[in-house]
Design a protein around this ligand. Structure first.
Ligand SMILES: [Zn+2]
Length: 224
């Protein structure tokens, strides 16, 4: 427990008991009090904007966090977008491991770029998913293309987001299975798991598009 004296304009105006000043929540509360004293008409909005860091705006945000995404996939894909998965290349840079070899193909070094979708195994899975969903996903820079994909409807973008994030999640799951148990699914098994995820999720989403092509596509995906 520490006592903090908050002074504004040279005069002591408040004495606060802070249990642990290093704890972020308490410091934030302390900051809110300061704002409250310094502005004439304090509002929650002012306090929130003051506390909120000015981070960079990211283009992938609307895709990664749209409401149709399966919740358990969202966090993993958020890590992928920021290249924060604990891939072999990162672990080696941290000095935790010495070698770096992809658990899926065993041919190249593992990194985010390799897993999504430079690896021959993930390329095969991507091709199977592309064949199934009839979406023009490119072979190279697939994630970059998907994030910057502009010339299509919002419904189509959201459905492709569900498909892509399911594919990335299943690939990461398969990679972990290989690392822990030495087992790798055949690409068509992984693709069927992606299909299952997508069909289940689209069945839960309230799709109200008036675009007959989108409705036809959804019907195809959920019955193919
Ligand atoms: Zn590989």
């Amino acid at each position: 427990m520490k006592t903090l004296v908050v002074t504004i304009g040279g005069s002591c105006v408040k004495i606060m008991q802070i249990h642990n000043p290093s704890k972020k929540a308490e410091l934030l509360y302390f900051s809110m009090i300061l704002i409250h004293e310094e502005v004439e008409h304090y509002t929650l909005k002012q306090g929130y904007q003051w506390l909120k860091p000015d981070g960079d705006k990211v283009r992938w945000y609307p895709w990664m966090l749209n409401s149709w995404i399966i919740p358990r996939h969202t966090f993993l894909c958020w890590l992928v977008a920021q290249q924060r998965l604990l891939t072999q290349d990162r672990l080696r840079r941290m000095g935790i491991i010495q070698h770096n070899c992809c658990f899926l193909c065993g041919l190249e070094e593992e990194s985010h770029e390799h897993l999504f979708f430079g690896c021959i195994y993930s390329k095969m899975c991507l091709q199977l998913v592309k064949d199934w969903c009839m979406c023009p996903l490119p072979d190279a820079d697939c994630i970059k293309w998907w994030i910057e994909w502009r010339h299509t409807s919002a419904y189509r973008k959201k459905i492709v987001a569900v498909i892509m994030e399911s594919l990335m999640s299943q690939l990461w799951h398969c990679r972990n299975l290989s690392r822990l148990d030495g087992l790798i699914w055949r690409p068509n098994v992984l693709c069927s798991k992606v299909k299952h995820d997508v069909v289940m999720r689209l069945g839960q989403c309230d799709i109200k598009s008036r675009n007959s092509r989108v409705i036809g596509w959804v019907n195809y995906l959920t019955t193919a």
